[in-house]
Design a protein around this ligand. Structure first.
Ligand code: ZN
Length: 218
């Protein structure tokens, strides 16, 4: 069984539950939820909290904190069956992503944007509203150091990479906000394919990053 070590933040779970995220981010989160019973349970708790607030007719609290969720978790452990981890379809591609793809990963019309780097665009929004794409990086590839204006979600489909925050492998999610600067490098012996959703353009640092950004389009 896949071991997942990087999860959604509490803030993202709450925003997902509140339905305020864009469709690409919802799809990406759904990919992680199909593989991660922990985040699935957290999302159910966030839904339950939202539902209770609305059902009571009381003021809807917009300030549910991580501590609230943890406290509720301890006080009311979920006793229902946690859904079994579904079998991912195709070559390890979770269904929420697989159904958007016209072909298996290796047959997609990838576009090269740098040595050992290629992408497949899934997004339809103008670039300033964010990106939604698959990125494939060959073993040993290193992304230019960059940060994000709002939120960037990355779901690892295959392979792995490491950055200042740790090692990320298939099934993991990197949930980054504006204060994260990172320099990912691929440390698997197969290409690292990840699904990326942003709600604002990525800010690259350094000359190489600024040159490739118009081509990467994230
Ligand atoms: Zn998770």
């Amino acid at each position: 069984m896949n071991t997942i070590s990087h999860h959604l933040t509490d803030e993202t779970i709450q925003d997902y539950s509140a339905g305020v995220l864009n469709a690409p981010m919802e799809t990406l989160i759904a990919c992680h939820l199909t593989l991660c019973p922990i985040c699935r349970q957290r999302a159910e708790l966030a839904d339950a909290i939202g539902g209770l607030s609305l059902g009571d007719g009381a003021t809807v609290s917009m300030n549910v904190t991580a501590q609230d969720v943890i406290a509720l978790d301890k006080a009311n452990p979920v006793t229902g069956d946690v859904p079994q981890t579904p079998v991912a379809s195709g070559a390890g591609v979770p269904n929420p992503l697989a159904r958007l793809l016209p072909s298996p990963l290796h047959e997609l019309p990838w576009k090269t944007f740098g040595p050992g780097m290629k992408q497949y665009n899934l997004g339809t929004l103008p670039r300033k509203e964010g990106a939604f794409k698959l990125i494939s990086l060959d073993p040993g590839s290193r992304m230019s150091k960059h940060t994000h204006e709002h939120r960037e979600l990355t779901f690892i489909v295959s392979g792995s990479y490491s950055d200042e925050l740790g090692k990320f492998k298939a099934g993991d999610i990197a949930d980054l906000s504006a204060d994260h600067h990172h320099t990912p490098h691929v440390d698997s012996d197969i290409p690292c394919i990840s699904l990326i959703a942003t709600d604002a353009p990525v800010k690259f640092e350094g000359l190489f990053g600024k040159i490739v950004q118009p081509f990467v389009g994230i």
